[in-house]
Design a protein around this ligand. Structure first.
Ligand code: ZN
Length: 190
């Protein structure tokens, strides 16, 4: 008898041509399949990928546990970080805005789970207070990223070359954020 794995399965059909498997953050096996593929074919594929599914379910569970273990910031600590960010970030914005040659509006500091920075069409900038917990080079990268959006409101090649002109090593900084960003966000209380 084969060992039964305990997970929730969801099949999402579309006009795609092949099948793909993904373990979502909540530990669901998400199967993306073509409209016409039979359930039987799908399940055959799933059982052939059993080892992969098991390994990835474990990975997701371990990650969830790791995130739950991250010590959460208190209200007072968040307030303190916000104050730190309010004193540190505008100076960096001013420095890089001059270098890039762009004007900006108001700067606000927030604590969001979803973004490090953003900018509005009016040129107002918004940064996550958690950035002061990241290395200064990473904070600068987010500042430059948002300032470059004031010239190029997308992630086109042109946008990235603008970022690169100012920060030739931006890739390493972005990589840090991709690798450690989630841990930082995990410090915000739910
Ligand atoms: Zn962007």
């Amino acid at each position: 008898m084969e060992k039964e794995l305990d997970y929730h399965t969801e099949i999402r059909r579309s006009s795609r041509r092949s099948l793909s498997l993904q373990i979502t953050e909540d530990g669901t096996l998400l199967i993306r399949a073509p409209y016409r593929m039979s359930e039987r074919t799908i399940m055959g594929y799933v059982s052939a990928r059993k080892d992969w599914i098991e390994a990835n379910l474990q990975k997701v569970a371990a990650k969830k546990l790791q995130m739950e273990r991250i010590p959460k910031l208190t209200e007072a600590e968040i307030k303190k970080l916000t104050l730190q960010a309010k004193s540190a970030i505008p100076e960096r914005v001013e420095y890089y805005a001059r270098q890039i040659g762009v004007n900006y509006g108001r700067i606000s500091i927030r604590h969001q789970r979803t973004r490090w920075g953003s900018c509005s069409g009016k040129g107002n900038l918004n940064f996550n207070c958690l950035l002061v917990l990241a290395p200064p080079q990473v904070l600068d990268y987010v500042v430059v990223h948002e300032l470059c959006h004031l010239l190029e409101m997308n992630h086109s090649k042109r946008f990235w070359s603008l970022v690169e002109e100012t920060l030739p090593d931006y890739r390493g900084r972005r990589k840090w954020l991709r690798e450690h960003g989630e841990e930082l966000i995990g410090r915000l209380p739910d």
